[in-house]
Design a binder for this molecule. Structure first.
Ligand code: AMP
Length: 496
């Protein structure tokens, strides 16, 4: 067989990229849908993957989030499946022919929505199944027959066991966000699902990184795949302006308010490292007058979808979220992403900031790094292969004084001391405190009536957890509130 890799890389030199969709000669119903969505030129992953998938080859694709990956696999799969299109009401005439597996409910929902848009002028049916929702409506849809099934692995297995769907006519499988599926521990589920599928099929695997586990997965399940890498997996979108500010504990919320205001940002994602911190920060920001919603794994499916819808419709301005909940979410035009907590895993930094600057738009990524985050920041530096300049932040005189309202940093008290955190790291030396105005002393020019309100004591759920309160002593720097020492975790278990 011809090595398409060389063909593709030769064809896609600077002269031929980007390609117009018109050059693809998609069938009319698909071309119409693409036109309606306003796409004119293909993104690099599309320009490379679509012709290959149209030829029925397996693909191992490394693409940044927000690169147009969904259309890169959905359009050629729909095009190839058009020969099966029919209007029969018999379920037997609509067997599952394409299976798309994703790690989270939100991603599954989002991808299914897009596939439905691309296929809206065809008679191919698309359904989505994911956990946390009643099985019954999903079962009814599956029993009517669907050609494209988008699913999370656990719920798909439930439906397979309940004999709600049969996968013996699957011709195409997409393992999307494969690295995340492995991170979450879906490998056994994936192996089981793949064992139900015909051996003769096209398999497409998309992953942000090609770790050794991903390569092993590809070796086991892909046949002679074409590798497509449109951008280094550790590359951040070039359209994203990145800033790292040296900010400690309580000052982070001040900094967030200030940057939102200075940059006149309409909406933003705010990332935190823990579910607990997520809920608390969202509540604090809401009290401070910002229309905020939280998205984390402990929310019910219904709450998560509502939170997303509220953000998409502009009903809320800030979406405070954790990594797993937000991975891969495609919300157009998010002007900014804040890393309220520096992520524990450097790769999550790339995913987080990939929420902004999508589809060529300009984006802003702001990270708040405390001194104790030195190691995490240097991990990001290594991944990005570029030095991160930590900028001091100068607070404006007239910022509303959040502290005086008694809501101190998501309910936990972080103590400000100027001495070193004890970490003997060269990097720590770069953390500087800007000469700043003492906003605590200043008579604050309050513009938002919210800040005129008398102090409202925090709800009981806002109280610092017992294990935090027990260790917090004035004047002593605590470890990150998100990292529980072994002793604390043990205490939790014994209390349970
Ligand atoms: P994805 O990476 O598939 O989640 O896509 C990211 C966003 O880019 C989605 O909102 C798509 O609708 C949009 N998009 C995908 N392909 C194109 C294209 N060729 N031109 C413009 N926008 C696109």
């Amino acid at each position: 067989m011809t090595d398409l890799t060389s063909v593709i890389s030769n064809e896609l030199n600077a002269d031929t990229l980007p390609m117009a969709f018109a050059q693809l000669q998609l069938s009319d119903p698909l071309a119409r849908a693409v036109l309606e969505m306003g796409y004119e030129t293909m993104t690099p992953i599309q320009a490379q993957a679509i012709p290959v998938v149209l030829q029925g080859r397996d693909v191992m694709g490394a693409a940044q989030t927000g690169t147009g990956k969904t259309a890169a696999f959905a359009l050629p799969l729909l095009q190839r499946m058009l020969k099966h299109e029919n209007t029969s009401t018999s379920p037997a005439r609509h067997p599952v022919r394409a299976l798309v597996l994703l790690p989270t409910r939100e991603l599954a929902d989002q991808v299914a929505e897009q596939v439905k848009l691309y296929g809206k002028y065809t008679d191919l049916r698309c359904a989505v199944v994911f956990g946390g929702m009643d099985m019954k409506p999903q079962t009814l849809e599956l029993k009517k027959g669907v050609e494209v099934l988008v699913a999370t692995p656990g719920r798909l297995l439930d439906h397979i066991e309940a004999k709600n769907c049969v996968l013996n006519q699957v011709e195409y499988v997409v393992l999307d966000e494969a690295d995340r599926m492995l991170d979450i521990g879906f490998l056994p589920d994936l192996q089981r699902i793949l064992s139900y599928l015909p051996k003769q099929r096209t398999t497409l695997l998309f992953s942000a990184t090609f770790s050794s586990e991903i390569k092993r997965l590809a070796n086991s399940y892909l046949q002679d795949p074409i590798t497509i890498e449109v951008a280094r997996s550790n590359a951040a979108a070039s359209t994203v302006e990145q800033h790292f500010y040296s900010v400690e504990g309580d000052d982070k919320r001040h900094a967030l308010h200030q940057i939102l205001r200075q940059r006149a940002l309409k909406q933003a994602f705010v990332f935190v490292n823990s579910k607990l911190g997520c809920a608390r920060l969202a509540r604090s920001l809401e009290r401070e007058g910002l229309k905020t919603t939280a998205l984390h794994g402990d929310k019910s499916q219904d709450e998560r979808l509502k939170a997303l819808d509220a953000f998409k419709s502009g009903e809320v301005d800030l979406l405070v979220c954790t990594d797993v909940a937000a991975r891969g979410l495609d919300i157009k035009d998010v002007p900014a992403v804040f890393n309220f907590d520096v992520p524990f895993n450097a790769e999550d930094y790339i995913h987080r900031i990939g929420r902004t600057g999508r589809a060529g738009q300009a984006g802003l990524a702001v990270s708040f790094a405390a001194r104790s985050d030195a190691r995490l920041v240097s991990d990001i530096e290594k991944l990005l292969r570029s030095k991160i300049e930590l900028e001091p932040i100068e607070f404006e005189e007239d910022l509303p004084d959040i502290r005086r309202q008694g809501h101190i940093n998501d309910g936990r008290r972080m103590y400000q001391v100027e001495e070193s955190s004890g970490r003997r790291d060269d990097f720590a030396g770069r953390y500087t405190r800007a000469p700043r105005n003492d906003y605590r002393r200043a008579a604050v020019a309050v513009q938002d009536p919210f800040f005129d309100k008398p102090y409202e004591p925090a709800a009981p759920t806002d109280a610092a957890p017992a294990w935090e309160a027990a260790t917090a002593r004035p004047g002593v720097r605590t470890i990150s509130s998100n990292i529980k020492s072994k002793r604390k975790v043990a205490a939790l278990f014994s209390a349970a």
